[in-house]
Unconditional design. Structure first.
Length: 435
């Protein structure tokens, strides 16, 4: 049993026993009430699941095992010569709740290198798709096709104890995470560079090697950006659409390949992960319509009003939970301030940060007028040459695997049941109101 797997087993067993005792003593206690508005409003805010890896506070933002994004940068190991945390360290933290050492992170990076394997048939399946197939379609197809190498499904068919479910789940999760950069880079080079693929570099870390295989920029700051990007997008508690979808499908005992593929179909929605491509698309449209990549404040303000006047939203602004600027947006802004000088697209994003919130506040209907992470991520990618915005959600998906697959391991280790909420009819609601 490897070092991380053994540490996870010990931690999960301790928590599982503690939870059993809590349920035995307090299982009938009511923890929350559901309003009619929540029933109609997509179960917004209903407390109904355990998610150990991160939590989202409306004011303080995302915390990974209690640590904020600035604290991650300060406490997680980084590669020599870089200041951004390594995603391997965040995965270790999310899985067992302890900060890893540099030795731990190096071991995990080497382990993912060893596990990195995209089957030949997966590449053939992707190559059979039309070249203009959306990158997320290719990504989801590739993930599903790799399920043939899944360990959990085979072990389940052979017959194993429920208490052992976590073991093959861990192995599949580790194998899948390890292979995703190779799969994602293959899709990128196929879609935009005539299939001129770049071999992995075994001297690099997980995110650094992903940046290398993309072949976008030889600027070491791009590798630094990818390490930060993969860290801040890794998790966002369990209630967001892609995380909840992965959890729901996993609760049926679908393996990580099926579960994560399902989560990625959710991430591909315009109200979730696809929003990052919508932001840069909106900016490009504005620049084209105005005929300048250096619009004035008044020009941006006018374009914002025109967008709202068409009944459309300003992509990248607003959040279902947050009531302050997204800490992930702030992290990206600080990265740009430190590493990018006078970039037109980045400058537009910064102007929008000042212009859009007051306009949205003036509408009187928007609870959160502040930018979320999607508002800034695309502009920095464009700066380093990755301007194919249809691909952005694939980057998001590679990162999100860290959190949702760590949580899937926890769900099986804790013996979480099949998720089955109760639905009601509108007649039932009218009857209850009449009472």
């Amino acid at each position: 049993m490897d070092r991380l797997k053994e540490a996870f087993y010990i931690k999960s067993l301790e928590l599982k026993n503690e939870m059993r005792q809590v349920l035995k003593e307090h299982g009938s206690r009511k923890m929350d009430e559901v309003s009619l508005q929540q029933i109609f409003g997509g179960m917004r805010g209903v407390k109904s699941m355990i998610w150990e890896t991160s939590a989202l506070d409306p004011v303080e933002g995302i915390r990974f095992r209690g640590l904020s994004i600035p604290e991650l940068k300060d406490k997680l190991p980084s590669r020599e010569g870089d200041t951004e945390p390594l995603p391997e360290g965040l995965f270790w933290l999310m899985l067992i709740g302890e900060l890893p050492t540099e030795e731990d992170v190096n071991w995990l990076s080497d382990d993912w290198e060893r596990r990195r394997n995209v089957p030949e048939h997966t590449l053939r399946v992707i190559d059979s798709l039309p070249i203009d197939t959306h990158p997320m379609t290719q990504f989801i197809t590739g993930i599903s096709s790799m399920q043939t190498n899944g360990i959990f499904t085979k072990r389940y068919a052979e017959g194993m104890s429920k208490s052992d479910y976590w073991d093959p789940m861990y192995e599949d999760a580790m194998n899948l995470i390890a292979s995703l950069p190779t799969l994602a880079a293959y899709i990128y080079r196929r879609s935009y560079f005539k299939g001129e693929h770049i071999a992995p570099d075994d001297t690099l870390d997980w995110a650094g090697n992903f940046a290398h295989m993309l072949g976008v920029s030889d600027n070491p700051k791009f590798m630094s950006l990818m390490r930060m990007y993969m860290t801040i997008h890794a998790d966002h508690e369990g209630g967001n659409a892609s995380a909840h979808t992965t959890h729901l499908v996993g609760s049926t005992l679908s393996d990580p390949y099926f579960s994560f593929a399902a989560g990625m179909t959710s991430l591909a929605g315009p109200l979730h992960g696809l929003a990052n491509q919508e932001v840069i698309k909106w900016i490009f449209n504005m620049v084209e319509e105005l005929g300048t990549n250096e619009p004035t404040d008044d020009q941006i303000r006018k374009f914002v009003h025109e967008t709202l006047g068409k009944g459309q939203v300003i992509p990248g602004f607003g959040h279902a939970v947050l009531r302050r600027p997204d800490p992930r947006f702030i992290a990206l802004k600080r990265f740009a301030e430190e590493n990018i000088e006078n970039d037109p697209t980045v400058n537009i994003v910064w102007k929008m940060f000042e212009i859009v919130p007051p306009i949205l506040q003036g509408l009187g209907k928007v609870k959160n007028p502040w930018p979320n992470v999607d508002a800034h991520s695309g502009s920095i990618l464009v700066h380093y040459g990755l301007d194919q915005y249809q691909y952005y959600t694939v980057l998001f998906g590679v990162s999100r695997a860290l959190g949702v697959l760590a949580s899937l391991c926890w769900s099986r280790a804790l013996g979480m049941p099949l998720e089955r909420p109760k639905s009601v009819t509108y007649d039932w609601i009218k009857t209850q109101l009449a009472k």
